[in-house]
Write a protein that binds this ligand. Structure first.
Ligand code: NAD
Length: 498
């Protein structure tokens, strides 16, 4: 049987391109190769970027109401058909179906936010700043923007950006992860159905060649990137060297601090949900539990008993946790578990030997728990991006805070306590971009902005919310003086600074 081919999308149609390079797409639950994906060469990339550039002027000048009407229509279609998209995500990423539906729903919230673009793009106006002189400000689209996304949220992460970029009048070229590239083609077809003109939403499939073409093209004004920290840093450096505006969101090592007064049932539920949901392949996954004082044994016991109830299997079959995205990634996560054991951490629950009946070739690794982890171990220093939760025991609140602040990442963090004063101090002093207080995955709502600190974000603008609107637009300030010719004052020369 010939495999399906996942192509590029340009001018509202599929495009195979001239490159013959291909990548394999697998179903992680079965291990089967389900399709191959086109890998762009330089010429393919230029073809797609050129279409976006051709469409940029007319789309940027189209009326706000015509643009938002299309975004509204896209929202209605997506809401009605989100389970179709979720099924595609599960088939290529592996996360369980209800989690995939949740992913689409969170993305949908950004589409809803973008429907309010006419309000968000309002400028300001000052009348009479001098005699007969008024000043107003406006924001205009940038032109073509490139969006480069990771494998772990094939629908939601690109949706942090393109609804806002498009509603603000830009055209986009999205480069999905080569591991799960089909979701964006489904989305492209939906945009077409919603009435989006040719060239406004384009998809460029591929690897580093496609990414580099976007980073180097003089026709691309801005780059929104999400992925691992080394690539985020590379993208930021290369694209800014080419004069582009860049927001590059990187990796994470999210801590959850448990204070002695915390409700340990709430803690255990939160740790299991945020540690093992989506097999730990979330940028907001909790990967380190920091227990303060005497609560560690009790917290570990409650977490362990909950872990025993988790059902791991094919995400289409009503399980709690699916497989890892690829065999290579599964083996990399397993090698971290080996390293943790070798370094002397206590392996409380070992997921390495998990077998799933009827799915012998899936990329399985069960929920894994380490206790007595110390900060120099590789399971602490590295982002594992799998279902591995590490418990670090400390004696005081200050030690917990110092540990979080010493970590090079600063994406998300949570604190569990009943003490409002300590929680307030924590949110004040912790050097992390997104903070949960008795909330494990503090993903901000679409009308706030998403982004970390330190090695979790290169650039200074977070995704969506008002910061997203600013990222995708440029400001202008106009000072104007309209003189009635009948009452025009006599002109005079004045060379002094006014
Ligand atoms: P990745 O960095 O491997 O890939 C991200 C994108 O970059 C993909 O489109 C990929 O094709 C491209 N890419 C990979 N190598 C490249 C290279 N050498 N040159 C140019 N482009 C390259 O990340 P991933 O494995 O797909 O995703 C997981 C990572 O993403 C984790 O580190 C996770 O924390 C991070 N992530 C962060 C956030 C956030 O909000 N900060 C959100 C989701 C995921």
């Amino acid at each position: 049987m010939t495999e399906a081919l996942v192509e590029h999308w340009v001018d509202n149609a599929k495009y195979t391109g001239t490159s013959t390079r291909r990548g394999e797409v697998t179903n992680p639950a079965t291990g089967a190769v389900t399709s191959s994906v086109c890998f762009a060469d330089e010429a393919d990339a230029q073809h797609v970027i050129a279409a976006a550039a051709r469409a940029a002027t007319s789309w940027g000048r189209s009326s706000l109401s015509s643009r938002t009407r299309i975004v509204f229509r896209f929202r209605e279609l997506l809401n009605a058909r989100k389970r179709e998209l979720a099924a595609i995500i599960t088939a290529e990423h592996g996360k369980v179906l209800e989690d995939a539906v949740g992913e689409v729903t969170r993305g949908l919230e950004v589409v809803e936010f973008a429907c309010g673009m006419p309000h968000l793009l309002k400028g300001s106006f000052s009348e009479g700043v001098s005699t007969g002189v008024n000043v107003h400000s406006k924001r205009q689209p940038l032109g073509v923007v490139g969006i480069i996304s990771p494998f772990n949220f094939p629908a939601m992460v690109p949706m942090w950006f393109y609804p806002v970029a498009i509603a603000a009048g830009n055209t986009v070229v999205v480069k999905p992860s080569e591991k799960d590239p089909t979701a964006l083609i489904w989305v492209a077809e939906l945009w077409k159905e919603a009435g989006l003109p040719d060239g406004v939403f384009n998809v460029l499939q591929g690897d580093k060649v496609a990414v580099d073409a976007l980073l180097d093209s003089p026709d691309v004004a801005a780059i929104s990137f999400v992925g691992s920290t080394p690539i985020a840093r590379y993208v930021y450096e290369r694209a800014t060297a080419n004069g582009k505006r860049v927001q590059a969101l990187g990796g994470a090592k999210n801590h959850m601090v448990v204070l002695p007064d915390a409700d340990l049932d709430v803690v255990a539920d939160a740790a299991v949900n945020a540690g093992f949901g989506s097999a730990g392949e979330r940028c907001m996954a909790v990967s380190v539990l920091v227990t303060v004082g005497p609560v560690a044994d009790d917290a570990v016991a409650r977490i362990t008993s909950r872990m025993a109830k988790l059902r791991v299997g094919d995400g289409t079959q009503g399980c709690d946790m699916g497989p890892l995205v690829t065999r290579a990634h599964r083996d990399r996560v397993a090698s971290f578990v080996d390293a943790g054991v070798a370094a002397g951490a206590k392996l409380v629950v070992d997921g390495r030997d998990l077998r799933v009946e009827d799915r012998p070739d899936g990329f399985w690794l069960g929920p894994t728990l380490f206790d007595n982890v110390t900060p120099e171990m590789s399971i602490y220093t590295e982002e594992i991006f799998g279902p591995v939760l590490n418990v670090v025991r400390v004696d005081t609140y200050q030690e917990a805070l110092d540990l979080v602040n010493a970590n090079p990442y600063g994406n998300g963090v949570a604190v569990f306590t009943r003490d409002g004063g300590v929680a307030r101090d924590f949110e004040q002093d912790v050097q992390v971009g997104m903070i949960g207080v008795n909330v494990p995955i503090p993903v901000p709502m679409a009308y706030y902005s998403f982004g970390g600190w330190k090695a979790s974000l290169f650039g200074d603008t977070h995704a969506h919310g008002v910061e997203g609107v600013h990222f995708f637009t440029r400001g202008k300030v106009v000072t104007s003086r309209w003189v009635d010719p009948a009452r025009s004052p006599s002109s005079r020369l004045a060379l002094a600074f006014p």
